[in-house]
Design a protein around this ligand. Structure first.
Ligand code: FAD
Length: 322
């Protein structure tokens, strides 16, 4: 435990991988932690990624592998340990400068499933997870017609009919995005009014190829065994009527759950639980930087996550110097 790292990177998704690559090239001493067996974070669960520049049509698993391989070439490999606790423990030993660079800094003590580590800074890139509906067929057909990201997968449904489940801003934005790609979009909402901002509601209601199914809940996803989605069974909560929408694509916009439970007492988060930080990654806790899906931002994608990882390392370098 005597060793003090310049930074501990938590998460081996796109943001963490990018941070590891930049940290290695900046000659920072870095420990990289992740709790999954396969690299890539969420993107490893995607069958096909078609919006990352230079790699059209790559599978999410291959993309995760490619990120990890790149980092490995630079001497960085994620250590498979689950982070359980992060604490600030006071100034570095006897107020000594940080590894010969800047003035003394508080230390972070990171406790994992296997041990404890110290660092002057933390890059927290622990990501987020899409909230699932828990209806029959959803898990089995995830990635085969069930999607949680219209920006990621909408283009695969050009000129086809799709359904969006939800009633908030994301659901309305997804429906509007899909209306420009698909022949028709059903917006399934369990209440008789949407929760989205008024301006989005207006746009959705005026859009000719969006049909809102009010007071309606999804019942089950229909599809061929180990095949593709063929439809979405929906139920009207007012009269109990069940019908099947013959859609090959279902977009679930039920919100995301950021992995911030561990740090909610350490840094400021917004109402949705995301760490409040701009693209520099700086948070309310000096020395603690947030990168990727975990932070407040408008677009949660691989391309924005890798950018965050690079920016966070840049911020770490500046922080260690001054
Ligand atoms: C099915 C699917 C398809 C998608 N398709 C696309 C697409 O086509 N294009 C696109 O740009 N984006 C896509 N996305 C979104 C994209 O995957 C995310 O925006 C991106 O992965 C975010 O990267 P991240 O590094 O911030 O977090 P994540 O990818 O979530 O990585 C976080 C990592 O931290 C680990 N972690 C969390 N907590 C701990 C802990 N306590 N200890 C140790 N490790 C921890 C997690 O296990 C994970 O490995 C898709 C997402 C999904 C789920």
């Amino acid at each position: 435990m005597e060793r003090i790292y310049d930074t501990i990177i938590i998460g081996a998704g796109p943001a963490g991988a990018s941070a590891a690559i930049y940290a290695s090239r900046a000659r920072l001493s870095a420990l990289w932690l992740d709790n999954r067996l396969i690299p890539g974070g969420q993107i490893a669960d995607s069958g096909r990624v078609d919006n990352y520049p230079g790699l059209p049509g790559i599978s999410g698993a291959d993309m995760g592998e490619a990120f990890a391989e790149h980092a490995k070439k630079l001497g960085m490999e994620p250590v498979r340990e689950e982070v359980k606790e992060i604490r600030v423990t006071g100034a570095s030993a006897e107020g000594a400068p940080v590894a010969g660079r800047g003035p003394a800094k508080p230390l972070f003590l990171v406790t994992t499933s296997k041990g404890q580590y110290q660092a002057y800074t933390v890059i927290y890139a622990a990501g987020a997870a899409h909230r699932h509906l828990g209806i029959p067929g959803e898990e089995e057909l995830s990635g085969a017609g069930v999607s949680y990201c219209a920006t990621c997968d909408g283009a695969f449904y050009r000129d086809l009919e799709t359904a969006v489940v939800g009633g908030g801003n994301t659901a309305c934005e997804d429906a509007l995005f899909l209306s420009r790609v698909c022949s028709k979009v059903y917006l399934i909402h369990r209440r008789d009014q949407l929760r989205a901002d008024a301006v989005l509601q207006d746009l959705v209601k005026k859009c000719e190829n969006i049909e809102i199914l009010w007071n309606t809940v999804p019942d089950s996803v229909e599809g061929e065994e180990e095949g593709e989605v063929t439809g979405l069974a929906v139920r009207n909560v007012a009269d109990g009527e069940i019908r099947t929408l013959p859609v090959p694509g279902i977009f679930i916009a039920a919100g995301m759950i950021p992995n911030t439970e561990l740090v909610k007492d350490l840094v400021q988060t917004d109402d949705g639980g995301y760490i409040i930080a701009d693209e520099t990654g700086r948070t309310s806790c000096p020395g603690f930087f947030a990168a990727g899906d975990i932070r407040t931002k408008t677009l949660r994608q691989v391309v924005t996550a890798v950018s965050d990882g690079a920016n966070a390392v840049n911020s770490v370098q500046t922080y260690l110097l001054i």
